[in-house]
Each structure stands twice: as C-alpha cells, then as structure tokens.
Write a protein that binds this ligand. Structure first.
Ligand code: TXA
Ligand code: MG
Length: 379
C-alpha cells in the first residue's frame, strides 16, 4: 500500500497536474477524475477552501465531505492518536486503493467545515493514477464530494462537470470516463456490528468476505433491518439525489428478488408495461420519453420506436432508448447509469423510465441510486 505513486511520464499531463496542484495549494477547487465518479477537490486542511466546495455545488451545509489520501502516512496524520483502528486492517489490505470509504475518529487537523462537526472523518484512498498523482503533487489530503451540482446525477465524464460547474470553478482535469461510474462504498466499522452506510463500487458480497466483516449490516429493499432504517446513517443519504430535470420512473415489473436471472418473458413484460404507461402519459399531453434499458444487448444501437423514415426530419423522436447494459452484468449498468440519466435529460424528455435490476453485487448500489432518483415506482 505504501507503494510509490503512479509515474506520470506524459509531459502535458504532468504540466496539467502541476497547475492543478498550484490552484489547490492556493485554496482553490479543481474538478478531478477518480475511478468512481468525478470529484470536486480542495485542500482538506483549509476551511476556506472547503467552503468553496459547498458554494460551487450548492451543497447542504450539514453533508460532510470525503477526504482523499495517497498514503497511509497521510491518513494517520488526520486520525485521533494517529492510529488506524484495527477493525479496518483487513479491509484496507483487500480494497485500498479503491472504491471504499471508511469512517475514522478524527484529529483536530481536519476542520469542522469538512466533517460538518461530526466526530468522524470519512477517508478514501483512490486507485485512479491521476487522482493519486494529484494528491501527491500538492502534498495535501484532498476533500472531494462528487463534482455535480447538488441533487444532480454524479458526473462520470469531464463534460458532465462542465455542464454543472462551468464558470464556477477554475479547472477540470479530463481523465475520460470513470471505470466504476458509481460512488464509493461508505463503511462505518466503528459501530458494532459494522455497517455499510452507502452501497457503492465495492460490493456487500465482497465486504462481508473480509475477516471481521462477516456480520456487516446493509439496507436492502428485500433485506429489512429496522435498526438500520431508523438510525440516521450517512447524512447525505437523506437528500433528494441523482435527479435529472425529467421525472424518473423506476420499473420493477416482474422484479421479484432475482431480476438478474429474469426470463426473456419477464423482460418483455417489463418493457410492455413501459410502453403502456407511455401511451397513458401521451393522453395527458406528455410528448417525449426516455427509457434506460437493462434487458437487451449492449451492442444494439440507440433506437427509436418511431421509425425515423416515416417522420419529417424536423420532428423529434418520441421515445429514446439508452442501453445501460445487461441486468445480469450490474457492473456495466453501474458504469453507464449516470451517463444515461444525463443523456436523456439532455434530450429534453418529459419522463425517464428505468428498467430495474436485482440488488446483487453492484446492482445494490444501482438500485439505491435509482430509488433516490425516482419519483415513483411501477411494480
Ligand atoms: O466515490 C466517491 O465517494 C466520490 C469520489 C469523488 O470520491 N465522492 C462522493 O462524495 O461520492 P459525496 O460527497 O458525493 O458523498 C459522500 C458521502 C455522503 O453521503 C456523506 O454524507 C458521507 O459520504 N459522509 C462523509 N463524511 C461522513 C461522516 N463523517 N460520517 C458519515 N457519513 C459521511
Ligand atoms: Mg454526491
């Protein structure tokens, strides 16, 4: 884990990293790629810089930020007694660097503006080479929430960050599409039993395999733990989230406990439920619809139900489909989810239907985000 930072040999990239580091050392904010989603970074030791993050995103004041480090030494410097709690040893060995955020008792080094006065600080050691090189270049831990305007889907492309924050921040580093496409998993190992506060890139199935994590708690729709539902979990989870302009409708028709292994009959049924709902909404005067599909091949092109040849050129398509990938491959769906929501929003549809998937593996994080984005569910 204490391995050296990735060597960035491309001179242009090095120059970009140096300018970004200069801005960050001066208390500015910078949009940066990570393996999960793009982050809006600032010096985690500077309360004024932290305030700039909240301002640019229009983020609620009580939602704490994740701090990103590039070494365990950097982590220790921020912790109470400079010690990493033993409960995390195996998790860190298995999943850092990576899409996993852990809660720690914090030292006084971390300002209240970062943690929103909580006694804990959430820390992640990202694996993306650019993120790690940037943290090392400025020699500072970087606080970074997702780089979207508060309430919007998280950004998985640099252009998404531009769409939300252009004019509000001085720089965005373009690192291409994020490989996970969904945020990190937040684990609180300080409570007994430990709990997953937010499902994410590292799955529940992976975490409970780690020594000491066998009893880890998680909230699933089909796995109801009253205590987990009633205790406030991660502060950010209470806000309306991931919402494009269009109404989002989650379709779980035929989605028993295992949509992943859904038969083609069930997926056809789910699709026809959507088409029927579209017909109903048309009668209410709605005109344009988007469907995020998880039940057909990724190789299929974006298609329109209205054959374009029968329409005059200027007439907009009525139903636009965006393939997220197969429900049986939730990691693909996770990678495309926010991109799909943002794409359809850009198409100015009135309503976005999403075909639900099973809550296995990355499917748990996907469905968690969709339940927050959706204003209603058809099941
Ligand atoms: O993958 C990710 O985690 C991305 C990239 C940029 O690293 N970051 C991200 O940050 O998703 P954000 O701010 O969008 O989500 C942070 C989540 C929120 O739900 C927040 O409430 C929770 O982590 N969190 C932060 N500090 C916490 C703390 N001390 N206790 C409990 N939850 C905390
Ligand atoms: Mg966020």
């Amino acid at each position: 884990l204490e391995d050296p930072v990735p060597i960035i040999s491309d001179p242009h990239t090095r120059q970009v990293l140096e300018s970004a580091a200069k801005l960050l050392r001066a208390g500015q904010v910078v949009g940066m790629p990570t393996e999960t989603v793009y982050g809006l970074a600032a010096n985690a030791l500077d309360s004024v810089a932290a305030k700039r993050i909240f301002e640019a995103k229009n983020r609620p004041q009580d939602n704490p930020l994740i701090v990103h480090v590039s070494s365990l030494k950097m982590l220790r410097s921020m912790l109470k007694d400079n010690t990493i709690p033993e409960v995390y040893t195996e998790l860190i060995k298995a999943y850092w660097p990576g899409a996993l955020t852990l809660l720690f008792p914090r030292s006084a080094l971390i300002p209240n503006e970062i943690t929103c006065a909580q006694p804990t600080v959430a820390v992640r050691f990202p694996s993306h080479p650019i993120t790690r090189a940037l943290i090392t270049a400025c020699e500072l831990p970087l606080a970074a929430p997702s780089a979207n305007s508060s309430g919007k889907p998280s950004p998985t492309l640099a252009s998404h960050v531009m769409d939300d924050l252009a004019g509000k921040i001085p720089m965005i580093i373009d690192g291409g599409q994020c490989s996970f496409g969904i945020e990190s998993t937040v684990v609180d190992g300080l409570r007994v039993p430990p709990a997953i506060l937010r499902p994410g890139g590292v799955t529940y199935e992976q975490i409970r395999m780690v020594k000491g994590m066998e009893g880890v708690q998680v909230y699933k729709k089909h796995f109801t733990d009253v205590a987990m539902e009633q205790t406030p979990t991660t502060p950010g989870m209470k806000y309306r989230h991931y919402s494009p302009e269009a109404e989002v409708v989650l379709v779980e028709y035929g989605a028993s406990s295992d949509v992943g292994s859904k038969t083609s009959d069930a997926t056809t049924a789910q699709y026809s439920v959507i088409l029927k709902e579209i017909d109903r909404l048309k009668k209410e005067g709605k005109r344009r619809f988007g469907i995020l599909r998880t039940s057909f091949s990724l190789t299929a092109p974006l298609i329109s139900r209205e054959s374009s040849s029968s329409l005059p050129e200027s007439q907009p398509r009525e139903v636009i489909e965006f393939p997220l990938g197969q429900g049986s491959k939730p990691e693909d769906v996770a990678r495309e989810l926010f991109k799909g929501l943002r794409y359809l929003d850009g198409q100015k549809v009135d309503c976005i239907f999403v075909e639900g998937i099973s809550e296995d593996d990355e499917g748990l994080a996907v469905m968690n985000r969709l339940r927050k984005a959706a204003s209603r569910t058809i099941s």
